[in-house]
Design a protein around this ligand. Structure first.
Ligand code: SAM
Length: 341
């Protein structure tokens, strides 16, 4: 849990800078900001951003002395006079509960006394916004930057995609009554997909969410319609088309429109198009339940089921991804020896 304590806020003068301190806190992984003067406008702005862009970030108000005194974790005061961040960050990371204190104008002496760490982000004067963002980034070793939102570049629009994290995906599978077998399969697809995706610069969070949710329609039916059912579930849950398509495009390792028609599926093709869709589709193909097998073994199964005509397409997708992402079947097979949960 990371709490940012903003001291010395003056609503009439610091509106923008305190808003920026709050937005940096949220975007760089803090859970909460406490501001020492009540400012309803500031709360409204911050709550609006959280509502629009996701997460559980909170803003509260309270006297800084009270907040510091009652806080049980490590109190880190950011100040240009402190010990260089590089010397302290390892010790600070040992704490689960951290309060990061940033000032505005002159910071009272008592803060230096009450803090467990007085830390400088370079011993030069700059700003609480820069100090806080660099501190939070170093604390998370740069990991949190991707966040759960992805901007989809558009010529003129402003498209923002919210990608559910692993826990949220698993909760959704639970909500729709996924059994143990389905959960194990979905987790294994996500492991194979993430291992395959490592070398190709695609969006790992999207790959993980797509893999975990691709079969959610199996909670409704195990027939070929499970892709369409999954698509409907994710749309109903307010998820973007980009996520819902993982359900429809993995069935039969991607179906042509003509095949879909023969199967009486809604009239469209079900071909994986984005690199993330291709990776999830291929990872699902390589699994028998929750075990990875080779593409040749899968091809034999297809021939056995009278689906020899589909084999070249499966193999093409596999070879394409193997080349593009640089994974080897050995490393995917090795996932069979890892613990699933
Ligand atoms: N002169 C003020 C004082 O008494 O320390 C600081 C003013 S500065 C504009 C506002 C805040 O930015 C500070 O309270 C501190 O939290 C942060 N800050 C500025 N430079 C910093 C640095 N080099 N390292 C860490 N924090 C810094």
């Amino acid at each position: 849990m990371i709490t940012v304590l903003r001291i010395g806020h003056r609503p009439e003068r610091d509106k923008r800078i305190t808003t920026h301190v709050a937005l940096v806190s949220r975007a760089f992984g803090a859970d909460k900001i406490i501001v020492d003067r009540i400012d309803e406008k500031l709360k409204k702005t911050v709550d609006n951003v959280t509502r629009k862009f996701g997460g559980n970030f909170e803003i509260e108000f309270g006297s800084y002395m009270e907040q510091i005194k009652k806080f049980k974790g490590a109190k880190v005061h950011l100040t240009m006079y402190g010990i260089p961040l590089e010397e302290k960050i390892r010790d600070i990371r040992k704490f689960d509960d951290i309060m990061v204190i940033v000032g505005s104008e002159k910071v009272p002496r008592i803060i230096y006394e009450l803090a467990d760490f007085n830390v400088a982000v370079k011993n030069q004067p700059h700003s609480e916004v820069s100090a806080l963002s660099i501190f939070l980034d170093r604390l998370a070793r740069g990991k949190e930057l991707r966040g759960e939102l992805k901007i989809i570049p558009e010529e003129r629009g402003k498209k923002v995609l919210r990608i559910p994290g692993k826990e949220e995906c698993l909760r959704l599978l639970e909500k729709y009554g996924a059994d143990d077998r389905l959960k194990r399969h979905s987790i294994m697809v996500s492991k194979v997909a993430l291992a395959s995706a490592r070398g190709c610069g695609c969006d790992q969070r999207l790959v993980e969410a797509g893999a975990l949710l691709h079969d959610i329609g199996r909670t409704v039916t195990h027939s070929i319609f499970h892709g369409v059912e999954g698509y409907k579930i994710l749309k109903r849950e307010g998820m973007d088309e980009i996520l819902a398509r993982f359900c429809s495009t993995h069935v039969g390792a991607g179906l042509l429109k003509s095949t879909a028609r023969k199967l009486h599926l809604p009239d469209q093709d079900y071909i994986p198009r984005t690199i993330e869709e291709k990776i999830v589709c291929n990872s699902d193909t390589l699994l028998k339940g929750d075990k990875v097998v080779t593409i040749d073994e899968i091809a034999e199964d297809y021939v056995g089921k009278g689906l020899a005509s589909e084999v070249p397409r499966l193999k093409r997708l596999y070879s394409y991804l193997e080349r593009k992402c640089g994974f080897s079947i050995e490393e995917l097979l090795a996932l069979n020896d890892e613990q699933l949960f």
